[in-house]
Design a protein around this ligand. Structure first.
Ligand code: NAD
Ligand code: TYD
Length: 342
């Protein structure tokens, strides 16, 4: 099978490309990525000479770039990871790029999928489309879509276009909605790699609000296995929730990282909260378990340790990102949260 993996130079996409090449010797991967600030070819340096792997520098909002991929490769399936993926950016830099890539880009890929009559389109979505939970319960695939921030709203918009492509045009589509990922190659703007890299620099760790917001955490390899299972065994038109069964307050995650690194909790700094910050996410993934035979294989504590060790062992990877141009963009983005709340 030939997979067109969009956004394959990002965090989850690069882990997924590597996963496919390692686990399916008859498959090949075409990685179409625009190399935005979050895309990094170093993430796939170890497979760049693999004859089953090809990189195309291209944008999913460009009809021409998508056509080029199809002209040069007999694509069987699309797995769409390409996205603007960070909530804080969608709040503080504006939603334009999110609307363009996450909604328009997804639609252009759906159009190409129909035109070229591919076998399946898999949309990589997120639990954030469901909005926030009260103190009890978990998201199921039947939970109404109630996105609360611009990132989540554009992901929900994309999910609706994918659903419409199946219902209106009979395109074979599957949507996976996953919880918060962590693991190697995650851009250090997201909670876990941000806290690891900041602690390694002995700088204050910015925890939003009271630190009691709850996320469900999943190791990236488990997410990749879930997408792979949905791609091969999922039913067309269905949505599958993929969660890590580990929903805890942010402060617990941050303290866990400090403990692994033997750094003091005095580094924790409570800062001004994210506007409209969703209080709690939790996932019910029993449908994926029953229909796809999938469940997460990694224990959170072991996977967190592996992840921390990866960042400790790859300082050049994250130090380059945290210096220079990115540093300036970061200061601009996070000026709002410099205010400490206690
Ligand atoms: P990321 O930001 O690390 O990577 C995104 C990749 O997409 C980058 O390589 C970037 O260059 C590429 N890209 C962006 N715009 C593009 C465009 N217009 N054309 C082509 N490529 C483009 O993101 P991630 O964390 O790896 O997330 C991947 C996908 O998984 C996203 O769709 C995201 O919504 C979804 N998801 C992420 C999480 C998570 O915890 N990170 C959880 C659930 C779902
Ligand atoms: P994040 O990694 O941005 O993922 P998402 O917003 O998609 O869940 O944030 C995870 C949680 O961590 C979220 O509740 C916000 C919180 N957070 C902090 O407390 N401090 C930070 O510096 C960041 C980036 C996130």
């Amino acid at each position: 099978m030939k997979l067109l993996v969009t956004g394959g130079a990002g965090f989850i996409g690069s882990n997924f490309a590597r996963y496919i090449l390692a686990n399916h010797p008859d498959d090949s991967v075409v990685n179409l990525d625009a190399l935005t600030y979050a895309g990094n070819l170093e993430n796939l340096a170890d497979v760049q000479d693999n004859p089953r792997y090809t990189f195309i520098h291209g944008d999913i909002t460009s009809h021409r770039d998508i056509s080029k991929a199809f002209r040069e490769h007999p694509i069987d399936v699309i797995v769409n990871f390409a996205a603007e993926s960070h909530v804080d950016r969608s709040l503080h830099m504006g939603p334009r790029a999110f609307i363009q890539t996450n909604i328009l880009g997804t639609q252009l890929l759906l159009d190409a999928a129909r035109k070229h009559k591919i076998q399946r389109f898999l949309q990589v979505s997120t639990d954030e489309v469901y909005g926030s939970l009260g103190p009890a319960g978990a998201f199921t695939e039947e939970t109404p879509l109630q996105p609360n921030n611009p990132y989540a709203a554009t992901k929900a918009g994309a999910d609706c276009m994918v659903r419409a492509a199946t219902h209106s045009h009979g395109l074979d589509c599957v949507i996976t909605r996953c919880s918060n990922n962590f693991g190697p190659y995650q851009f250090p703007e997201k909670l876990i790699p941000l806290m690891i890299s900041t602690a390694l620099e002995d700088k204050p760790l910015p925890v939003y609000g009271d630190g009691l917001h709850v996320r469900d955490w999943i190791y990236v390899a488990d997410h990749c296995a879930g997408i792979d299972a949905a791609l091969r065994k999922g039913k067309s038109g269905e949505v599958y929730n993929l969660g890590g069964n580990y929903d805890v307050p942010n402060i617990q995650i941050v303290k866990g990282i400090l403990k692994i690194l033997s750094k003091p909790e005095s580094l924790i700094t409570f800062v001004k909260d994210r506007p409209g910050h969703d209080r709690r996410y939790a996932m019910n993934s029993s449908k994926a378990q029953h229909e796809l035979g999938w469940k997460p294989a990694h224990h959170f504590e072991d996977a967190l340790k592996t992840t921390v060790e990866w960042y400790v062992g790859h300082p050049a990877w994250w130090q380059r990102i945290r210096s220079g141009e990115y540093r300036e963009a970061y200061e601009k983005l996070y000026g709002w949260r410099n205010e400490q709340c206690r």
